[in-house]
Design a protein around this ligand. Sequence first.
Ligand SMILES: C[S@@+](CC[C@H](N)C(=O)[O-])C[C@H]1O[C@@H](n2cnc3c(N)ncnc32)[C@H](O)[C@@H]1O
Length: 216
Amino acid sequence: MKSKQFLSYILPITKTITSQYSGTLEITWHNGKKHLNSKNANYSYGSLQNILKFGIEQIALQKVNSILVLGMGGGSVIETLRNDFNYTKSITAVEIDPVIIEIAATEFGISKNEHLKIHCLDALDFVKTDNEHYDVIIIDLFIDLSVPNQFLSESFWNHVLRLKSSKGDIIFNAAVNDSKSKTIQQLIGYLKTKIYKVNVFENVNNTNTLIILKSL
Ligand SMILES: C[S@@+](CC[C@H](N)C(=O)[O-])C[C@H]1O[C@@H](n2cnc3c(N)ncnc32)[C@H](O)[C@@H]1O
């Protein structure tokens, strides 16, 4: 075991980095694992990773050839897909924050390669202009504890639905606790008119609302 990893069982070791989008970011060793946190939220490799893992367990990955991740963060869902689900095919990741893309590479070993494309872009601009189709779309767009309003709008979701392959599924990390619950309920009502099945999981890991959308 590396010494930093060992020491982290006794005391948290933290490095802080300032980002124009998320304010102060922290890279913290906790119980032998490195996490990426914003001021109030775990962004990557902590509870967030477990929440998205629960989401992936709800879908069948066997026939999936392409995955789009909106909100790459430190890349923990990419690690989960590769290591826990042995998914080796294409992943396209979109992240607005160049500081976080750098952290993903230097702190967590997540950088572009033959099977991983990384776009440093606003996810809204990406979905408006992209023309690929994806078998799974994972939407995990937060600034600290909050999903920016534009990602709860029908126009954003119309673009997402356009990018989904005909049998594609979507995992949406919609909220922490009850934040924006009225808007989310309205969005769920809208999505139910557009896609075969909408499953809502509340209090995943005691905190998050996860929505799984399935095509026929
Ligand atoms: C909870 S973290 C994502 C964690 C990541 N899915 C993982 O598996 O480790 C949320 C991310 O959304 C990104 N984000 C927020 N607004 C965005 C936007 N408009 N476009 C793209 N990324 C955005 C943040 O910079 C942050 O890295």
